[in-house]
Design a protein around this ligand. Sequence first.
Ligand code: GDP
Ligand code: MG
Length: 201
Amino acid sequence: MAHHKDEKTLVIIKPDGVQRSLIGEITARYERVGLKLVGLKIMVPTVEQIEEHYTLDPEWRRVTGEKTIKGYKDKGLTPPSEDPIEITGIILENLKKYLSSGPVVLMVWQGAHAVGVVRKITGGTEPLTSDVGTIRGDLVLDSYQMSDTDGRAVRNLLHASGSVEEAENEINHWFTPEELVNYRLVQEQILYDVNLDGILE
Ligand code: GDP
Ligand code: MG
């Protein structure tokens, strides 16, 4: 089994993050926790690439649809449809418009528990309810209610892989193996070395 420190995850800074000049601020937050940047590029994704990204997991449409329907009902609202697949059809169309509207920054971060650490720092999907201290909680203010009323995707600055398996599929989707750099970061010694025997002269 690969060591924990080899775990990788995919982050996408969505067009609103780029337009708000938050590339540096967002990158700094993942960097300062101790993660290592091993892949990086800027591009305008095609609608095909976006659709494929969200449907890599055949369950994503059902799970996200069910979660969205529950979200409406929990707030005492009527969902636009009772069919999870129909609901995510709308979400997917809005995501395609949102993510193809301008350049995005794609990043692969590596380090111990990279998937979980990045999700924690990123915060929950809806900015209105994401925790203070997270990127989505601190740097943007959208809500499902506002984005649904306006018929658009929620502007939450980022995508971050939800599991190790999802991360593997998403990294393969956006990066070739040659685009990922295998290197050592000096600080990894203090993060991961068992004996800390390289410090004293
Ligand atoms: P993430 O992993 O935190 O980005 O969230 P998901 O994978 O669950 O959802 C991906 C995207 O689908 C989000 O960034 C939203 O654009 C959209 N989405 C997810 N859940 C909802 C919801 O309950 N309502 C609406 N309107 N959009 C949603
Ligand atoms: Mg997700």
